[in-house]
Design a protein around this ligand. Structure first.
Ligand code: ADP
Ligand code: MG
Length: 578
């Protein structure tokens, strides 16, 4: 059946089935258990956001769960408010607590809270129907989130925090956002728990141990998978009931089981299922209809025709005005007694390719790290287009128009090639948390535009057709090209390249040289750190030479080649090494 027509039908059937379920179950025992599973599932969906998406360990989930439970219970019992608005408030309040995550474990001492017993099956069923609706909605939200600008930023933080920062992602902000969201989910789960027929809630219910149990549920289900989180939570809620006959040895069997899962199934249940041929085929079929990407892919292919490499979307700036783009004065970086960079002055002119060369350990990478904001200089000033950027955070500097690649490739290896380049566009896109989930027309337009541009970038570096490959599955040379595409995706005015030819074969180096000229012809200025001297001499308009953290020469390629000090310090040894 066609995915387009089948998908809404399947989803509708699923919703009806789960909604009918509570009416079919009449035993209070089972209603309670299912309710408990859902309460845990929602808390685990939250953990999945903070841990599975953003890669941050949260050991306070039970506390947020407790905050939600108390908030909702107090509002309903003291103020007599209706249950549903109170649960929403619990969601928000727990989220706010998440923002203040400085408090690692929340202590709710002294307040034992008696709850009116809700023992009547009919009320329990009503609560359950609502619980299921919430679960569906919150699952839907967290799945949508994963494949959006905000979700990708979370994944980038997990994948490589340093690279995420230099791609323009405010990693601190996104970590707080993930914690807040996780806490809000936790709080909602807790509120549900408070109303689901348990007789009372007490601080003991929200202990550190409970956080660990929630964590076990999320890990069992599978890190990063929303459905996995629900499966894990449900299994571990039901398991104690099933294992009840074991009595005293129960905890041991339970613990041994969890350890076994961690050892033998590191990807959790979701990881196990994902790899099965059946699951792969189902996923491909499910995605077939929705992938706006395919439409974009087709339109790009037809528009550009065969052969011609499209040009990356243009960057403002005139290659014609040869003023200074980047200016560095008295730049220094000391590590303890080591003067890795020691008072360097340097100017990079707009529209040029400038090389920075020198022996190993002469401070080249350290300079790039200061320029891109990863290191705060010990002394000196850096300005980009006249704006002083010294010591600013990497994501701010990226937004000012600087992009970079790394000497040791720093891709988001677990993510697709396409997602890597989409993350590169982070600072030129806007969608916040709510639009990322709700996905209104404006967000969809932005997303389509980003995908289109990402494919153009991949075409430019010759990686079209690889967009759905996992980044770390690419051969080494292609990983370098992908890093270049990702950097270009941020529309930089200046591109810093740290040994882009390292590890490339002769053909790949030729391709790189060709790309460097094309990039420069686009008006993008390049600062190149490179050991391949023929490449450097071939492409550079201007060369700066470092030795022991100090500038020892600068000038045009021909002059540098003949400079005796440079030959003694560097070129001589290069020839010797070769
Ligand atoms: P290059 O890129 O020119 O090979 P680097 O800039 O990587 O050189 O390193 C310059 C010097 O600074 C080296 O001696 C290196 O060991 C040292 N260095 C670089 N980063 C650090 C750091 N984070 N902590 C301590 N020493 C460092
Ligand atoms: Mg280096």
């Amino acid at each position: 059946m066609n995915t387009r027509t089948a998908k809404p039908l399947i989803l509708a059937l699923l919703v009806v089935a789960v909604l009918v379920f509570p009416l079919a179950v009449t035993s209070n025992y089972w209603l309670n258990l299912v309710n408990l599973s859902i309460s845990f599932s929602i808390a685990c969906l939250g953990l999945n956001i903070v841990l599975g998406y953003a890669g941050q360990l949260s050991l306070a989930q039970a506390a947020f769960w407790g905050v939600g439970a108390y908030t909702s219970a107090l509002l309903t019992t003291w103020l007599g408010w209706p249950v549903w608005p109170c649960m929403l408030i619990a969601f928000i309040v727990a989220g706010l607590f998440g923002v203040c995550l400085g408090i690692p474990t929340l202590k709710l001492t002294g307040h034992y809270l008696a709850m009116t017993t809700i023992g009547f099956g009919i009320i329990l069923q009503l609560i359950l129907i609502n619980a299921i609706c919430s679960l569906l909605l919150l699952t839907w939200a967290s799945i949508r989130l994963k494949d959006s600008r905000v979700g990708r930023a979370f994944l980038a933080v997990q994948g490589n925090e340093m690279a995420a920062e230099t791609m323009g992602i405010d990693t601190t902000l996104y970590k707080i956002m993930a914690f807040a969201l996780s806490a809000a989910y936790g709080g909602y789960g807790g509120a549900l728990f408070a109303h689901s027929g348990s007789h009372y809630i007490s601080p003991d219910t929200f202990s550190f141990d409970q956080s660990v149990v929630l964590l076990a549920m999320a890990v069992l289900g599978g890190n990063g998978s929303a459905i996995g989180a629900i499966v894990g939570a449900t299994l571990l809620t039901l398991l104690p009931e099933v294992l009840r006959f074991l009595k005293d040895s129960y905890m041991m069997v339970y613990a041994a089981g969890i350890v076994a899962v961690m050892i033998f199934m590191p990807g959790g249940i979701a990881g196990l299922v994902k790899g099965l041929p059946f699951a792969l085929r189902l996923r491909a079929w499910w995605n077939a209809g929705s992938a706006a990407i395919r439409q974009v892919a087709v339109s790009v292919a037809t528009r550009d025709g065969v052969g011609g490499r499209p040009i990356p979307a243009k960057v403002a700036s005139g290659a014609e005005s040869n003023g200074t783009l980047l200016s560095v004065k008295g730049l220094a970086k000391h590590f303890g007694g080591l003067k890795a960079v020691d008072g360097v002055d340097m100017e990079v002119r707009r529209g040029e390719i400038q090389a920075l060369i020198g022996p190993n350990g002469s401070g080249k990478t350290t300079i790039l790290n200061m320029l891109s904001g990863l290191y705060v200089p010990t002394a000196g000033e850096i300005s980009l287009e006249g704006t002083v950027i010294t010591g600013r955070k990497p994501h701010i500097i990226t937004a000012h128009g600087m992009a970079r690649t790394f000497q040791n490739i720093r891709l988001f290896g677990e993510l697709t090639v396409l997602n890597n380049v989409l993350i590169g566009q982070h600072c030129h896109s806007k969608a916040g948390l709510v639009p990322s989930v709700v996905q209104p027309a404006s967000q969809q337009a932005e997303e389509t535009g980003m995908r289109k541009k990402a494919l153009e970038m991949l075409e430019f570096v010759g990686l079209r057709g690889k967009e759905f490959a996992q980044a770390n599955s690419l051969p080494y040379g292609q990983q370098r090209l992908l890093e270049l595409a990702r950097a270009l995706a941020s529309d930089p005015k200046i591109l810093l390249l740290d040994e882009p030819a390292a590890g490339l074969n002769a053909n790949e180096t030729e391709t790189l040289i060709d790309l460097l000229f094309q990039i420069r012809d686009q008006g993008i200025t390049i600062l190149l750190v490179e050991h391949d001297m023929s490449l450097v001499m071939n492409v550079s308009d201007h060369i700066t030479v470092l030795n022991f953290g100090k500038k020892i020469a600068e000038g045009a390629a021909e002059a540098i080649e003949k400079n005796q000090e440079v030959i003694d310090a560097y070129l001589g040894t290069e020839v010797g090494n070769a």
